[in-house]
Design a protein around this ligand. Structure first.
Ligand SMILES: Cc1cc2nc3c(=O)[nH]c(=O)nc-3n(C[C@H](O)[C@H](O)[C@H](O)COP(=O)(O)O)c2cc1C
Length: 163
């Protein structure tokens, strides 16, 4: 069984989550799974061949996924994910830490990266196996908030249980 975790990351926080997710899926599925964790720019189209599980994660940038993630998702052809199990995550600011009414209003209106990523994946035939998840950073360059790597591991175990 082939699984792929695709991520983008500017400051390394989303990469840390992606690696924790890949490792937890690998641990949970042990010998049954061949799990690759790759930066979005390193994913070749042929990597999707024979894939059973695809997890995509991005930093939230301007209420959306990063440009590289969006471009990669857009390039996926219709039905290219048919029957593949999928999940999506992002890293994001915790609005409890943000002292701006305008920003919190914008976030309520426009949200984060994970949901639109999940929508792109399901639009191409992917089957969403767990609710999308957001992992919190302390500041825009990180680090991750305490406990987020553990939360990512727990989320990944839920994914592995669906495969
Ligand atoms: C230009 C820019 C735009 C951002 N926009 C958002 C946003 O709309 N919502 C949010 O929650 N965080 C936002 N952030 C914080 C990022 O989500 C944070 O930098 C990211 O989670 C760090 O992940 P990385 O280390 O993998 O790049 C933004 C950060 C930058 C630098």
């Amino acid at each position: 069984m082939k699984a792929l975790v695709v991520y983008d990351s500017y400051f390394g926080n989303t990469e840390q989550i992606a690696r924790a997710v890949g490792a937890a899926i690998g641990d949970a599925l042990a010998a049954q799974a061949d799990v690759l964790t790759l930066r979005v720019g390193d994913v070749k189209p042929e990597y999707l061949a024979g894939l059973s599980l695809l997890v995509v994660g991005s930093p939230t940038r301007a209420f959306s996924a990063s440009p590289a993630t969006k471009a990669w998702l857009k390039a996926l052809t219709p039905n290219s994910l048919r029957g593949i199990k999928v999940a999506a995550f992002d890293t994001r600011a915790d609005m409890n830490d943000v002292n701006s009414r305008t920003l919190t209003t914008f976030v309520k209106l426009f949200g984060y990266a994970a949901e639109p990523i999940a929508n792109s994946l399901t639009k191409r035939g992917g089957v969403l196996v767990v609710p999308s998840e957001g992992f919190f950073i302390k500041d825009k360059e990180g680090p991750l908030k305490d406990g987020e790597l553990e939360r990512a591991t727990a989320w990944a175990k839920q994914i592995a249980a669906q495969v």
